[in-house]
Design a binder for this molecule. Structure first.
Ligand code: SF4
Length: 470
């Protein structure tokens, strides 16, 4: 029998009609995650054509991109706290879910949160599933051994109507990550170092399988951070083999299988890892033991360096110079010590409870520097509650940080949480493109530890120089 990779197993399990030279494969979708931004057009098309949603029970809806991060107790609040277009999107989402019979994790639910945070949290994300969402960072769910990728608005309509999607089979890239991480180095540093190594197009056309001793030792939240940013290396998706860590994370979650179904599911899940000898189109290796905390200096996530290093002079060309000018940085000089205006802790990359605990370990007993505004936005209302039950909110407030309701917030600034033009923001999110956090905003991507170190130092700092306090 031919050895198969994790990707091949999941792909083959879901092909309804194989691809030909002329037509893509028809792929069955197990879980469709939807939110208020990429769905209005799709629902309008369904309405105009009199089509119902094929599987409302396999469609999980939340509101995250445009939602205010200040409390909303009634929809009337939206007119006060949300931008006009954001409030319209939110109202339309509520109406669309009601009309098409889709359960919405909305303002009245403590299960609301960022779409890529609540899927795993509810146990809807499971190994072996195909999962799609109208958001690029859908690759997050690959941390469970699911094949998960972002789709466009038109495809959202296709999945709503048919629960299937036309797809060309991607190639495969194995990323072998081995070695023990040093203190102060986290999953975010691994993925930034990888993208710096292979480039923002290093994974184009591929599904990445992350594997090796480092990956096996990571908890699920760190695994999600890595898979989340697969798209920043150009990859279609990122996957990791399900193992006991995956199983323990999912055990008892509301949408995970129960009883005898659980036992059968676990057996299926643990048979998914790539077979010994499975082949990949390409392989890349990364020595995790040599990594340091990373930060970005330019306008894509591949422009990343160890926090103590100088910006490399090996690049040239107009796009590099444009990025340097936009970021107001110079080749040959370090980012370390550069004054910071804002620190954003949040996004589907780094807003989970372990991220918040790390931030608290730096902020505890310290103050956010006078020149810095710090915004901490949990990934979901459940994480917010968990953080508050641990007293983390008190640590954040005592340090002078702003503690908010869940949502995408300053990851992309659609809800009004933006970085003013020219200001430098150290962000735990996933994209540092020009204007991503607001027109003229300058974004530096980093781990929660490095971002928190910048907040208390007032400038870009090495988190290893600050003692953490539990
Ligand atoms: S946090 Fe950012 S990347 Fe994640 S779902 Fe929201 S907008 Fe998309």
């Amino acid at each position: 029998m031919t050895a198969k990779s994790l990707f091949e197993k999941v792909w083959q399990d879901h092909v309804v009609v194989p691809e030909t030279d002329d037509t893509p494969a028809v792929l069955y979708i197990d879980l469709h995650l939807i939110h208020e931004v990429t769905t209005p057009q799709a629902f309008n098309v369904l309405r105009e054509r009199g089509i119902r949603v094929r599987r409302p029970d396999l469609t999980l809806a939340t509101m995250d991109h445009s939602t205010p991060t200040v409390p909303v107790t009634s929809l009337k609040d939206l007119d006060v706290v949300a931008e006009g277009s954001a409030a319209r999107q939110i109202r339309q989402m509520i109406e669309n879910c009601r009309e098409f019979g889709i359960e919405l994790h909305g303002f009245d639910r403590d299960t609301r949160g960022i779409v890529h945070v609540i899927g795993p949290e509810l146990g809807a994300t499971q190994p072996g599933k195909t999962i799609v969402c109208g958001d690029s960072h859908s690759s997050t769910h690959g941390a469970f051994g699911a094949l998960a990728f972002g789709i466009g608005s038109t495809e959202v309509g296709h999945v709503l109507a048919t629960q299937c999607l036309l797809q060309r089979r991607p190639r495969t890239l194995a990323v072998n990550i081995n070695g023990q991480l040093a203190a102060g180095v986290t999953a975010k540093d691994i993925i930034l170092a990888l993208i710096a190594k292979i480039g923002v197009d290093g994974g184009t056309g591929h599904v990445i399988e992350y594997r090796g001793s480092t990956v096996a030792a990571l908890d699920m939240e760190q695994r999600m951070t890595i898979c989340n940013m697969s798209i920043e290396a150009g990859a279609r998706a990122g996957m990791m083999a399900p193992d006991e860590t995956t199983v323990e994370y999912l055990r008892g979650r509301p949408m995970a299988p129960q009883g005898a179904d659980w036992d059968a599911a676990v057996k299926r899940w643990l048979a998914l890892p790539s077979d010994p000898g499975a082949s990949f189109d390409r392989e890349v290796s990364l020595d995790a033991s040599a990594l340091e905390p990373m930060i970005t200096f330019g306008t894509n996530p591949g422009m990343a360096i160890p926090v103590t290093a100088a910006i490399p002079e090996r690049y040239s060309g107009p796009s590099f110079r444009k990025a340097m000018e936009y970021m107001q940085v110079e080749a040959g000089k370090p980012m370390l010590g550069k004054p910071v205006d804002l620190v954003f802790i949040g996004s589907c990359t780094n807003s989970r409870i372990t991220d918040l605990r790390q931030v608290a370990s730096v902020l505890r007993g310290r103050k956010v520097a006078d020149n810095v505004k710090m915004l901490i936005v949990p990934g979901s209302q459940a994480i917010k509650q968990q953080a508050e039950s641990e007293g983390l909110d008190e640590v954040f407030r005592a340090a002078g940080a702003d503690w908010r309701e869940s949502g995408c917030s300053m990851c992309l600034g659609m809800n009004g949480d933006t970085v003013p033009a020219g200001q430098l923001c150290v962000s735990t999110s996933n994209r540092n493109f020009e204007g991503r956090q607001g027109i003229g905003a300058r974004t530096v991507l980093a781990s929660p530890l490095t971002a928190a170190a910048a907040a208390v130092s007032g400038s870009i700092a090495d988190p290893r120089t600050l003692e953490t306090r539990q």
